[in-house]
Write a protein that binds this ligand. Structure first.
Ligand code: IPD
Length: 274
């Protein structure tokens, strides 16, 4: 099947806006919060409702498309990426932010053909920033072209990172040792925005030089990886090899100097695949 990516992008942006409306409405209201894999892995009714809405709308318009969705996988569906046109969906990236009314919450719609991400939409539902890209056609934020930072010196860099949602001591040692190693480069600072996708979009927009995280999932980085690459950046595995969508780790960087400098300072772990 030949997919019309321009048409799909238009559809994806409208869908993200519709999902964003739901998120914005619920943002300041009382929320029903549940936990998933651990005490800091949160999900709300809005995550589930928005994912259902997104999947229903896609099915109506593109009946031959497949899906991988964060809450569908949490509900027991398999994370099965085939060569078929497949959407990889995170209805609310930054659920912890959403719960706390910290205004960095994004709808992520990634689209893969032959297992390659070819289109991405990341919509900050609170600020109204719409990040979007089609492979080969540049990256945009609200129709304005975006571009990565030209900095090549890791010591002059701002790095995005996260604590992640695991709280067991062994994993925390791993995460904190890597953060210590990064900050003592020394870099200018480490920021945590609380959304993997928005961290990657910050790198794509030239607002930070790199982002690294272990333990995230394909729906957290699929869409944003297209945006970053189209903004001139690199979406890589943490070892600086090609990105593996199911390996649950990413190194997003503005260029190879920054990527290699950062990668060499990290300890790398393998996680159970998506
Ligand atoms: C989370 C966010 C967060 C990252 C976690 C993710 P969610 O996604 O992207 O920044 O540190 O690892 O799980 O659960 O809010 O979609």
């Amino acid at each position: 099947t030949m997919e019309n990516l321009d048409e799909i992008l238009k559809f994806g942006k409208a869908l993200a806006e519709k999902a964003g409306e739901e998120i914005k409405t619920a943002f300041l209201q009382e929320k029903k919060i549940e936990t998933k894999a651990g005490c800091a892995d949160l999900v709300t009714e809005t995550d589930k409702k928005v994912e259902c809405m997104i999947i229903d709308e896609i099915k109506k318009t593109y009946p031959h498309h497949q899906f991988i969705g964060e809450e569908s996988v949490a509900g027991g569906l398999k994370c099965n990426l085939t060569d078929a046109p497949t959407w990889i969906v995170d209805p609310v990236d930054g659920t912890t932010n959403f719960v706390h009314r910290y205004p960095y919450v994004a709808v992520c719609l990634g689209f893969c053909v032959n297992k390659i991400p070819v289109l991405g939409v990341v919509y900050n539902a609170i600020s109204g920033e719409m990040f979007a890209a089609i492979k080969g056609k540049g990256a945009f934020c609200n129709e304005r072209k975006i571009q990565v930072s030209k900095e090549t010196d890791l010591k002059k860099s701002l790095i995005m990172a996260e604590f992640g949602s695991a709280r067991d001591p062994e994993r925390l040692d791993f995460v904190l040792n890597n953060l210590r190693s990064i900050i003592s480069t020394p870099v200018h600072s480490i920021h945590c925005m609380g959304s993997a996708a928005l961290n990657i979009c910050a790198v794509a927009s030239g607002q930070a030089e790199a982002y690294v995280e272990f333990g995230i999932h394909c729906w957290d980085y699929c869409a944003a990886s297209v945006i970053l690459e189209e903004a001139g950046g690199l979406a890589l595995d943490t070892t600086c090899t090609p990105l593996d969508l199911m390996a649950r780790r990413i190194l997003a960087a503005c260029n190879m100097d920054i990527a290699q400098g950062l990668s060499s300072r990290l300890t790398h772990i393998e996680l159970p695949r998506d």
